[in-house]
Design a protein around this ligand. Structure first.
Ligand SMILES: [Zn+2]
Length: 257
């Protein structure tokens, strides 16, 4: 998820698959809801491919990755299933991060730089132990319209941005006169991030938002994996195959659940 650096240096290619700057399309959530979902070919007619690429193609790429996963299940191609299942999980998870739906993805427009790593890295690292990522149990659901689910996820993320930005501003205001950043230990490196006190204040203000977005991502990823397998005709998967002992078995375990 941490592609803030990547996207700075990437005009096209992998970087643009991880986000969509919805605010470059319209400032109005109602308008966005009336325009999306839209198929990629139709979107090109409206905005041109250059323009789509300039603002990120996350939802469309997640959709095409899902369809390729169906093909991999259909061919029972273990290596492709694993690779595409992991890719799909990555793209879907990224689209559940509110800041992956905004041109203001690191808060620079209002001097809130660093908010990207704060929301998607520092807060989960500090508070994940308290999260329940499967509040409705581990059951994967059959998804009849995957594109609708993908765009629903993206538009939900976008609707979170108001809180993401405004609570950070409010937290700043309540820390007036104090330092808001600090060197934080991350594994073996020390990195300048928001101070732990600032992160805790902001996390409390968000009132479970990070946890809810992560739980939604987990449920939808597992449901899309399951649905791709169903779409391929629910092929029997040989979990005993030698190449399968680690990652492959994890995918199958997900499906069985
Ligand atoms: Zn990110």
């Amino acid at each position: 998820m941490n592609d803030a650096d990547l996207r700075k240096h990437t005009v096209s290619g992998e970087g643009i698959r991880h986000y969509i700057d919805l605010d470059r399309y319209s400032p109005s959530l109602d308008t966005l809801h009336s325009w999306f979902p839209i198929g990629y070919d139709e979107a090109i007619q409206h905005w041109s491919e250059d323009s789509l690429h300039a603002h990120g193609i996350g939802p469309w790429h997640a959709s095409s990755t899902y369809r390729r996963l169906i093909g991999a299940f259909d061919r029972k191609n273990e290596a492709a299933i694993l690779r595409l299942a992991v890719d799909l999980a990555h793209y879907i998870s990224d689209l559940h991060v509110p800041l992956h739906t905004s041109g203001n993805y690191d808060g620079k427009q209002a001097a809130q730089n660093g908010i990207h790593a704060l929301w998607e890295t520092q807060l989960p690292e500090a508070f994940m132990a308290d999260y329940n990522l499967f509040p409705t149990g581990p059951q994967a659901l059959w998804i009849e319209r995957p594109d609708d689910l993908i765009w629903q996820s993206v538009l939900e993320s976008h609707a979170c941005l108001d809180s993401v930005f405004s609570f950070e501003q409010q937290t700043r205001a309540s820390f007036e006169g104090q330092r808001i950043d600090a060197y934080v230990e991350r594994g073996r490196v020390r990195q300048l991030m928001r101070s732990p006190a600032f992160a805790a204040h902001y996390h409390a203000a968000l009132d479970g938002q990070v946890e809810r977005r992560m739980a939604a991502a987990c449920h939808r990823v597992s449901s899309l994996w399951y649905s791709a397998w169903i779409e391929a005709g629910a092929p029997a998967l040989d979990v005993q195959a030698p190449a399968a002992r680690t990652g492959w078995k994890k995918v199958v375990d997900w499906l069985i659940k």
